[in-house]
Design a protein around this ligand. Structure first.
Ligand code: PEP
Ligand code: MG
Length: 578
């Protein structure tokens, strides 16, 4: 048996191939002082390098296949925008002029300054955005220093079937590698939230990130096996291991082909109960993915992604346009647009509206609290959502409700906005359903009250678990406590479902738990009949629904709810899934 390396499994799937170890160019950048008469020429050379970098990115952008599952374009557009940003275009020019230095040195100084700012940020998502700066700077430096193109930049398929072993990857690089038909990625840096990781997941490329010294320990051309679920990299595996992983790979392929056949089938249990399976979307381009899996609607449209990673907030028309893209694309299916959930893990680009210095951002001014504090921001969105409701089955959903007075305030604003639109002669659906997310424990405990006031409720387990267990959802140090099967969490979910049933108010679930097949049967047994999840999970969940018998599950779910011992709960859930 060869070497086994471990990392974080960031994109599931088994891949077997020859390693292509890519060492990023190491730039030796020296400072040298230019004679005064050459400064203008150096500035021109820098500007030309910016223009070339932009042209390269636009060319890659042009080649993105139309059916690419997520908005890969937006990652590249971010990089193009960065090239235009004065931080990267003007500041280095000023440095070249003031210090009479070479362009590469000026750019390096500015890169170090910008990266320093990002590294000092608390937010892990923003901290990883320093990678974007590095990717863009790296591209400009390669041009300035006349480096030869990388193998993946060729327009042939020389990397087809290879497992790419890299230090770190830019979205543009990963896209080029994908176009060459690579089998998998192993990266030394990067985690679940890096752009390249998100891309790998949406392109279905197995990937393991955070494998320290991968480039040192994996010989170029060695046979490697990647298990993107477990985060394993086997180098030079023996025959026995190869046979095992080849069999698993075939099994996976068969499974994916089987699942694809479920796309147009209804989600009906063995005893004839229809379950609603909807999808969560974030970006307008997610529409392709929704169609590919036959989602019957959108249970959660996370609108904050329209606001993130940009300098200016989107205006009413831009928002309307983005909502209508999904509304029209889904041809009459219900679309649940969630009002802004900014704050905590979802920050604006380096700028935290109204929440500077919050010691506990997750408990601070986020989501509906922030919207109520910033009425002009909120009204703009309410107008856009209401206007979208004239064109399809739009529903509006409020995140992070913790007390009925927040709902009353939102309703008051909605009434005002409706009146405004009426006076302007603009169309909207007077009866647009308004629902709320149950993701704060107090809201779950008061679900009976909310159920009477809302048109629908949706359980946001990502936050509900975080708040119920006082466990930060993105802090790896306390990850082990984050448990959807904690009896306290299950009771809160049960209270919400029961309150909805009593009041005849539909209850859905749109947190990650809804898309994890380990919990599907338990939730069905608890009476949940609407699930909304990442589109990639929908067919898998449909297959579980189709193989389930509700009558049996109800009895077992009652047993689970009576349990307080975690081992016993796990054993019962395993039994339900057997
Ligand atoms: C949730 O909290 O479960 C949820 C769906 O919302 P988000 O993950 O966007 O906070
Ligand atoms: Mg949430």
């Amino acid at each position: 048996m060869g070497l086994i390396l471990t990392g974080v499994g960031v994109s599931k799937g088994i891949a077997i191939g020859n390693a292509c170890v890519l060492n990023r160019d190491q730039f030796e950048i020296n400072e040298y002082v230019l004679p005064k008469h050459l400064v203008a020429e150096e500035v021109a050379r820098f500007r030309q390098a910016l223009a070339t970098a932009k042209k390269q990115l636009k060319e890659i952008h042009r080649k993105i296949p139309r059916n690419t599952p997520i908005d890969i374009a937006s990652f590249l557009e971010t990089h193009v925008l960065m090239l235009d940003d004065s931080a990267l275009s003007d500041v280095p020019v000023r440095l070249i002029k003031s210090q009479q230095c070479n362009a590469a040195w000026a750019l390096k100084q500015q890169r170090d300054a910008l990266v320093g700012v990002f590294e000092a940020m608390d937010d892990p998502y923003l901290r990883t955005r320093k990678d974007d700066i590095d990717h863009v700077v790296h591209r400009i430096l390669r041009i300035l220093l006349n480096h030869a193109p990388q193998p993946f930049e060729a327009s042939d398929n020389r990397l087809a079937g290879c497992v790419m072993v890299v230090g770190d990857l830019s979205p543009a690089d990963s896209l080029l590698m994908h176009q060459q038909g690579i089998a998998a990625f192993v990266t030394e840096s990067g985690g679940v939230t890096s752009h390249a990781t998100i891309l790998a997941r949406s392109l279905g490329i197995p990937a393991v990130a955070g494998v320290r010294h991968a480039r040192r320990d994996i010989p170029h051309n060695a046979v490697v096996v990647i298990d993107g679920q477990q985060g394993l990299v086997l180098v030079d595996p023996d025959e026995h291991a190869l046979r095992y992983f080849r069999a698993r790979q075939r099994e996976e392929k068969r499974y994916v082909t089987q699942l694809a056949k479920l796309k147009d089938q209804p989600a009906v249990t063995r005893d004839g109960v229809t379950i609603t399976l909807q999808a969560n979307v974030e970006l307008p381009d997610d529409l392709h993915a929704l169609k590919r899996v036959g989602a019957t609607g959108v249970g959660l449209y996370r609108t904050e992604f329209l606001f993130m990673n940009r300098a200016q907030l989107p205006n009413e028309d831009e928002q309307l346009h983005a909502y209508l893209h999904i509304v029209r694309g889904m041809k009459g299916a219900p679309i649940t647009i969630r009002t802004l959930d900014l704050g905590a893990d979802k920050m604006l680009n380096g700028y935290r509206i109204g929440m500077q210095g919050a010691t506990n951002p997750a408990l601070g001014l986020r989501a509906v609290r922030l919207c109520l504090k910033e009425p002009s921001l909120f009204r703009t969105q309410l107008r856009a959502i209401l206007r979208a409701s004239a064109h399809g089955a739009v529903r509006m959903m409020i995140p992070m409700l913790s007390a009925p007075h927040e709902l009353a305030q939102v309703m008051h604003l909605v009434d005002q906005v409706k009146q405004e639109l009426k006076e302007e002669g603009r169309k909207y659906d007077e009866k647009m359903p308004i629902g709320g997310m149950i993701e704060v424990p107090a809201a779950a405990l008061m679900a009976d009250v909310f159920a009477r006031q809302l048109d629908f409720m949706s359980i946001g387990t990502n936050d509900l678990i975080q708040y119920a267990l006082a466990t930060d959802r993105i802090d790896e140090a306390v990850n082990y406590l984050y448990n959807p099967l904690h009896p306290g969490v299950l009771r809160l979910i049960d209270m919400t479902i029961s309150a909805g049933r009593e009041a005849n108010t539909p209850v859905a679930m749109c947190g990650e738990m809804a898309g994890d097949k380990r919990y599907t049967r338990l939730l069905l047994g608890m009476g949940l009949n609407q699930f909304s999840m990442h589109p990639a999970m929908l067919l898998e969940i449909k297959s579980v629904v189709q193989a389930s018998n509700l009558a049996e599950l109800r009895k077992m779910a009652r047993k689970v709810l009576r349990c307080s011992d975690p081992d016993e709960i796990n054993a019962l859930v395993d039994k339900m899934n057997a």
